[in-house]
Write a protein that binds this ligand. Structure first.
Ligand SMILES: *Cc1c(COP(=O)(O)O)cnc(C)c1O
Length: 370
């Protein structure tokens, strides 16, 4: 058995004709920066997110950084988020000059525990960054309620959740700004780096786009100092093709998740992911919990099954954040689940047969071990 964790080649093969044609078209027009593919994708991705505006940027980390900058968040400010996430959520807070403040997650849902947010708010708090981790939406009703009452901005980290819905609404369109990554392995992935910021405040989103292009609106007129963080024309063209397939790929992911959950139902040593009733996940990852994570991961590997851990070392325990001086057990749930989580292979092209083999291999591990 040889089961990859994701299979980008299978996806490319399935849309090769469309991709090759659009890439050649960009080459023929030498529309490498800006251009028609870029401006069309801005409209199409905004529409996909049920919002009015979209800025395209160089990657997901810059998307969050530029969202913070556009909202005027920087030195002396605090931003509340989770430690149980990819570092790309938190680097932008520091890049903007602000300080990250971590709150714990729900043990079963593994996204921000909204009931812990208020206790973390100080007079310096300016924003909350909820992370729709693994494709699963956070409780946005409660987060928006807190933010409105306490006058805080909300920047959604939707880097793993293109197309997910909270209570019927697309993620990214619920907070002040929504940030996406188009890293190749994401649900909507480019053939290189890319990112986007969406929102309903056209002027604010335009400010993000301006900041991402040296702070200019006209070629030789710079309103402010920005950065160079642009999505190039080739990536925009690839993403336009793939955006047309995104909903059907997300449906296949959901089918695969249902298949996994059905197979895992009778397994005492493996806890399948739990979702909030109002959340519609797009299953970027399928993450189970188990008391023998490292043993299981080794058994899967020796049987040709790739797995991952998202994420093994919480950010507040990383050397990079030692300066925050957060003691052991400051985020007990985050620290506990980091030792138990295992991401099983998940991608649209996965088949029920392979899923069943993966679960059988995992079940065997525990029957041998006990
Ligand atoms: C991928 C990711 C990012 C950063 O995106 P890049 O495009 O890699 O910079 C941020 N947050 C989360 C949750 C991510 O998964």
């Amino acid at each position: 058995m040889n089961v990859p964790f994701v299979d980008l080649r299978a996806q490319y093969e399935s849309i090769k004709g469309e991709i090759d044609a659009t890439i050649h078209n960009v080459l023929d027009n030498t529309a490498f920066i800006g251009g028609r593919e870029h401006s069309e994708l801005r409209k199409e991705f905004a529409a996909y997110c049920d919002t009015s505006a979209c800025a395209l940027v160089g990657n997901g980390t810059d998307a969050i950084y530029l969202a913070l900058r556009a909202l005027g968040i920087g030195a002396g400010d605090e931003v509340i988020t989770v430690s149980h996430t990819f570092i790309g959520t938190v680097e932008p807070i520091t890049m903007a000059g602000a300080t990250p403040v971590f709150v714990d997650v729900h043990e079963d849902l593994m996204v921000i525990n909204e009931d812990l947010i208020e206790a973390a708010i100080t007079p310096r708090t300016k924003a909350i960054i909820p992370v729709h981790l693994y494709g699963q939406p956070c409780n946005m009703d409660k987060i928006i309620e807190i933010a409105t009452r306490r006058d805080l901005r909300v920047i959604e980290d939707a880097a793993q959740a293109h197309g997910a819905r909270w209570n019927g609404q697309r993620v990214g369109s619920i907070g002040d700004l929504g940030c996406f990554s188009f890293y190749p392995g994401k649900n909507l992935g480019a053939y290189g780096d890319g990112g986007a910021v969406v929102g309903a405040d056209d002027e604010l989103v335009e400010r993000v786009q301006m900041l991402a292009n040296h702070g200019r609106k006209d070629k030789y007129l710079h309103q402010i100092e920005g950065v160079n963080s642009r999505l190039d024309g080739l990536q925009a063209a690839v993403l336009r093709v793939k955006l047309r397939h995104l909903d059907s790929w997300n449906e296949l992911r959901a089918k695969n998740a249902a298949e996994y959950s059905a197979r895992l139902a009778g397994q005492p040593h493996l806890t399948p992911p739990r979702l909030h009733e109002l959340g519609d996940s797009v299953w970027h990852l399928f993450v189970v919990k188990t008391e023998d994570r490292d043993g299981l991961s080794a058994t899967l590997k020796s049987n040709g099954v790739s797995s991952g851990i998202h994420y093994p070392v919480p950010l507040h325990q990383q050397p990079a954040y030692e300066y925050l001086r957060l003691p052991e057990s400051s985020l007990p749930v985050t620290e506990k689940i980091a030792k138990e989580i295992l991401s099983l292979p998940m991608f649209p092209e996965l088949t029920p047969e392979v899923i069943s083999q993966v679960v059988e291999t995992a079940a065997e591990h525990f029957s041998v071990a006990s």
